[in-house]
Structure formats: C-alpha cells, structure tokens
Design a protein around this ligand. Sequence first.
Ligand code: DGJ
Length: 340
Amino acid sequence: MKSILLSFAALGLLCSAVFANPKPMTEFKPGAIWLDTQGKPINAHGGGVIFADGYFYWYGEHKIWGKSEAQKADGGIHAYRSKDLMNWEDLGVVLSVDYDNPDSDITYGCILERPKVVYCAKTKKYMAYFKLYEKGKGYDTAYLGVAQADSPAGPFKYSHRVLCAAAEKGSGDFFLFIDENSDLWHLAVRKPDKAFCITKFDDEYKYPIDASVKVLEGVPLKTEAPAGFFKDGKFFLLGSGSSGWAPNSARLLRADSVSGPFEFLGNPTSGENPINKLGPEKTFGGQSSFVIKHPTKDLYIAMFDMWVPEHPVEGKYIWLPITFENGVPKIVWQNSWKIE
Ligand code: DGJ
C-alpha cells in the first residue's frame, strides 16, 4: 500500500513538473514549442483567430497524441482564448469527432482540417467550417463541414456538410470573408482541376449558392493554404503551392476586391529559421493558415504551421508580423518579437 501511495505521489510530482504553470510569455518565439497557460503545448493546427467579447479565440485542428496522419490523428476542433495573443488559456476540444457513431459524417477516422470560425449576426451563431473528408476515402471528395455554437467558447454542434465551388469533388484549403453587406464568401481551390474559386453563401451562412461560383482570375492553379487580409483598400491573399505536408514557397497576390482579378506579387518571405535552416524557398518550414488583423492596432500577423505528419501533435507554429514596403506586404523571419 505504501509503495502504491509513493508511486501516486511520484506521478503527481511528474505531472506537475511537466504541466507546471509556465511564466507568462512576453514575446512571440516563431517555431519554438508554444505552451498554454497551464504549460501544455498548444494543439491547434491549421487554425485561425477571431476577436470576440474582449478575447482572441484561436481554433485549430486537435491532433490526437500518439497517432501519425496515416493513423488518423484528427480529433476535432481545439480552442484557446487570450487577451494578448501570446498567453493562451485552453478551452479544450470544442467540436469532437464522433467516437461512437460510425454513421456520423465526423466519425473518428474522418479527416477534419483547417477549421475557421465566423460570427453570423443574422442568426447570432458562431459558425465553424472545416475541410472534411469521409472516413476511409482519403483526400477524395473535399466537403466543407459546418458546425455552430452560441458562444465563441463553444461547444460547437456539428450541423451538415456541403460541396463548394459547385464541384462534384468539392474544394480544399479555404479562406472565408464577410463583406460590408454581411455576405459570407468562401475562397478555395476546386477539385480536381485546382482552379481557385469564390463561392457566396446564403444569408445564414449555411449553404453555398452554386450560381455565384466564379474562378478567380490571376490566382495560380494549385494555390493552397489561402489566408486573406485587407490593407489600405487592397485585398491580399497569402498562400502556398501544393506539396502535401512538405513545405514549399509562399505566394502573395493582390486585388482591388476578393473577386479579383489578382496580380501575382511573388514570395513575401525572407530570412532563415535557425532551428531548421529553412528560408523563403520553404517558407521557414511552414505553410500559411491565417492572417490576424489586430482589432485596435495597425498590426497584421501571419500564422503558419510546421506540419509533422509522423507525429502531428508536435507540429509547431510560426507567427510573424507583416510589414509593408510601399504598400507591399513582407514577412521577415524574426527569432522573437513583441507587439508594440
Ligand atoms: C496541404 C494542406 O494545406 C493541409 O491542410 C493538408 O490537407 C495537407 N495538404 C495534406 O497533404
């Protein structure tokens, strides 16, 4: 009995040593392990950030510990919240894959990637969207999964899935945008021809309107990982090429509006990530997922994922500020940086 008690005490000590409350972060450290406020590595891959009720909310892919991508690592949407974008409180898995119902669209074994959340003022719901591929079908048909919640902190309830770009096989990595008329637009690469398309949604942000689909002129074929933002009347689209989980070079496009036509501005990244010695040709080892526009500062932050398909939960994040040279966005590597 004594030895059992001792083992529990040792386990307790080990856990508190592993998940001890870390010192609050005072700067961003791109590419380093990023701990939440309880000392656990942040598990929110391919994510995006919104600002609601005085908090930033970060939603990303929850990757299951011990599983490789091939062994089905997707566990749902994991959310965190923060006041300062550096110190993140874990809100847990706000939409889980379904471990019980094999008939569910989001049954465990499906692929659930790149979640993004927007607020629908008409229905007063927080709407979550994600790439959804049926269990056992690999990356064949790319649905967009839709879930909704009453609060940004969740929980989200799975609703349904749709096919965007009016394509039988759907479309892949996507960017969402709400315009001044409160219309929701979805921008993504169409399957199988890899043309980049825009699709408008209905006014409850639930279903795509097929008649609205348009191929965006000037966006190169196979553009993945789109992350858009507006600055000084221009719309910018940051993205990547297509090479599975392996990094490739970032690409940047500019237009007067989300519907184009787009002008290709090349690769906005420069410098080198000293951890892996990768520079612009491999986007520091990352792939874009989102650009955060700070609600009160003239600050844009580009978010990238460093994917680790053999053990995805270990994927790290690169967040870098976007600077503007004559109105053209640049993303320069920094080992650490602060919000001024
Ligand atoms: C690149 C995409 O951007 C990721 O979300 C993921 O789908 C991988 N491809 C899979 O190879």
